[in-house]
Write a protein of this length. Sequence first.
Length: 253
Amino acid sequence: MPQNVMQISSLTKVFDTPTGPYVAVKDFQAEFQPGEFVALLGHSGCGKSTVLSIVAGLQERTEGGVIVDGKEIDGPGLDRAFVFQSPCLLPWMTALANVTLACREERRALKYLELVGVGEYAAQYPPELSQGTQQRVAIARALSLEPRFLLLDEPFGALDSITRCELQDLVLDLWETEPKTVLMVTHDVDEAIYMCDRIILMTDGPESRVGLNIPVNLPRPRSRRWAMENPEYFRIRKEIIGFLEHHSKQFVH
């Protein structure tokens, strides 16, 4: 197996509930190449975040596993950094202290705050910052670990549309400057096509699994205007929406 490849093998997750076992994900299979930007997309409740949290080592699998460099992971690791939908910053610590807490080095923390464009807010506390600025701090915190794998769980979902676009472009710029393997959970079709190299569509739960792999063969770097005018963009979008509509009559686009 080539270095820096992550493989998810026959991953199954079963939750115990008052009404009995619930199989959220069953036999999920996927592989991620070095520097690849991949979206995990599907309806709400299909198990996207469950898969991501298992990859991060934040949740135990029931069966199967996640393999990095030929070795199965058994918990969190500094090689995998996680960005949540909510910034999850400690409100009693400054932006700089929040990042330093992760990387243990103030100079490195300041470097990444500046890299994401919020160095001037280093001495401020999260309640003093906008939601978008807080999320930039959270991204800086993840990047300060200098991970090999960046795991994004709907990182722009709580933001307004303008801030969302700004942060999408920020993440793309950072990724193109320092490529790393990225796995991003999203329910936004356009976000997935614009940002990613490949989109993994999940079937609805229970027993959710990989339903379709769609390569996004659009040249990089990308601009929104160019992407929206590209016939391939709309072909991919139509294929994704067709899959989602087939799996749920309630899907709205």
